[in-house]
Design a protein. Structure first.
Length: 537
């Protein structure tokens, strides 16, 4: 983008200043951090608004800033189904998973698996999470940060990437989870303000909502695609997407750490409900701008070399000075909030699931110090990874990202079934993880040779990834249940309050249903139903 004015620079500078001041204020106010609970879970004293804002801000990353708008420009709004469904999955997190997580008192999701099953599932999830975070979340966010600086501000890609990594790393290492939560809240406001500005100005430029629909065509505004659709079949949306959603929103440390930081079950639940409402916004503030870009291209007012340029091109073409800076700040806010969450989650997983188990006698101060060093190491790995990003082809990087879709079903299965039914045990969980991993990696390996495949192997690889996720989830559930019957159930004393059948009277009393939360949940379900109805052709 050319023409980044001095006013735009001042807006971006104000964003960085506000972020640093908030992190400094939080650390200064709560500077007595000496316990692992303070550093990794913000003292378990966070309110619902901060929890919900952090859930939303941490989730919004490069795939939203670029990918959603790009998909909107190329094929319409069907991609928004993942965002809309997230609202329902967040209700599942708040009403179903949260009580078990908070009653258990765990710091991490792998730790919960050890409480429910054994060390084996814990080791698997901890190792898998750390590796996938560094190879995918850290790398893609760093790359996106460099692109934002280069595209919007004219700063060298590597310089911009380095700025994002170092700035985010400093306040994450400095203030721990509490700094991450509060900066996420501030970043949410910058993100929403920038995205809403692009949407409103774009609609005004095209002549309003009806004009956009008329130019783009009704087909662009249908959320429900045929079951044969290569990317978003309605069957995959209904049966496959929720599996990926449960894994991401209900079992991934990156996300769940926010609700673990809540002061109680009520605040965690309400934060999840609040985030569910926020997740209905991406359709309108990320996908619709892509459709606006497509409509402007059709009317000859805009030129796109490729769909992923939709959002940056809109910003360059439509926004005046000052608002360009606000959008740039919003993009950086989204990237930095995601990156800080990854840094903190990796630090927590390493310290709690690896170091503390090797050094069970370690003091609280030692755990905090190790957590800070772990954060610094992840920051360093992120910096060292930057030069190698250019060596990874887009196709290979897509394969790395798709690993997450293939590892989600077994993890979702052992969490969901493990809480629903006390009979499943450690042997079944290990078998389910092993089978799920083998089938998922097998699919991934065959994809790299797709051009030379035929017969059943080609059919196996050609299954839509959402359909594949649903089928793999069913397979993992069957393995989990059948293998569990080959060994005795887990001791009742081990799983107390960790499954539906084992919840004690005290456990039920600790998770009372609040009338306002019930009403808000019903409203959210109604809102999602209204969106599905309106965008169904």
């Amino acid at each position: 983008m050319t023409g980044f004015s001095s006013l735009d620079w001042w807006v971006v500078a104000a964003y960085f200043l506000v972020t640093i001041v908030v992190a400094w204020f939080v650390e200064k106010r709560d500077g007595s951090e000496t316990t692992s609970k303070d550093f990794f879970l913000a003292g378990r004293n966070t309110g619902w608004f901060i929890v919900g804002a952090s859930l939303f801000a941490s989730n919004i990353g490069s795939e939203h800033l670029v990918g959603l708008a790009g998909s909107g420009a190329s094929s319409g709004i069907a991609v928004a189904q993942f965002e809309i469904l997230a609202g329902l999955v967040l209700l599942l997190l708040g009403w179903f998973f949260v009580p078990f997580y908070l009653r258990s008192g765990v710091f991490t999701m792998p730790e919960f698996l050890e409480r429910r099953y054994s060390k084996g599932p814990r080791n698997y999830l901890a190792a898998m999470s750390i590796i996938s975070y560094v190879l995918t979340k850290v790398s893609v966010t760093i790359a996106a940060g460099g692109i934002v600086f280069e595209t919007l501000m004219g700063i060298n890609f590597w310089t911009g990437a380095l700025i994002v990594v170092v700035a985010t790393g400093i306040y994450t290492l400095w203030g721990g989870m509490r700094a991450v939560l509060y900066t996420d809240m501030i970043q949410m406001f910058f993100l929403l303000a920038g995205a809403i500005a692009v949407t409103l100005i774009g609609l005004d430029r095209i002549g309003g909502w009806n004009a956009m629909v008329a130019v783009a065509g009704e087909g662009f505004f249908d959320l429900w695609r045929p079951s044969t659709h290569p990317d978003f079949p309605w069957t995959g949306i209904l049966f496959g997407a929720p599996i990926l959603g449960i894994w991401y929103w209900c079992t991934d440390q990156f996300i769940v750490q926010r609700v673990l930081a809540a002061k109680n079950i009520k605040e965690a639940r309400r934060g999840a409900i609040f985030a569910g409402f926020l997740k209905q916004l991406p359709l309108f503030i990320f996908v619709i701008p892509g459709v606006i870009a497509y409509a402007l291209v059709q009317s000859g007012e805009l030129h796109l070399e490729k769909p992923d340029q939709a959002l940056p091109t809109l910003v360059a073409t439509l926004l005046p000075a000052g608002l360009r800076g606000l959008v740039a700040a919003g993009m950086l806010a989204a990237l930095m909030s995601s990156l800080s969450s990854v840094f903190n989650s990796c630090s927590t997983l390493f310290t709690i699931d690896i170091y503390r188990r090797l050094r069970p006698e370690a003091s609280e101060k030692t755990l905090v110090r190790v957590g800070r060093w772990a954060t610094a190491v992840v920051v360093l790995l992120g910096i060292l990874w930057i030069p190698f990003m250019d060596l990874i082809s887009g196709q290979l990087f897509t394969y790395i990202q798709s690993v997450q879709a293939y590892i989600a079903p077994p993890v979702a299965a052992i969490f969901l079934v493990g809480i629903l039914w006390s009979r499943v045990n450690a042997r079944g969980a290990i078998a389910s993880l092993a089978v799920g991993f083998a089938v998922g990696v097998g699919r991934l390996a065959l994809e790299t040779q797709k051009t030379g495949l035929d017969g059943w192997m080609l059919g196996f690889v050609s299954i839509n990834f959402l359909h594949f996720a649903a089928l793999l989830f069913v397979l993992c559930c069957v393995v989990l249940i059948l293998v569990s019957f080959s060994a005795p159930p887990q001791p009742e004393t081990q799983i107390e309050n960790l499954t539906l059948q084992s919840v004690t009277v005290e456990g039920r009393e600790s998770a009372p249903a609040n009338r306002l939360d019930v009403v808000l949940s019903v409203v959210l379900v109604g809102l999602i139903g209204l969106i599905w109805w309106y965008f169904s052709n």
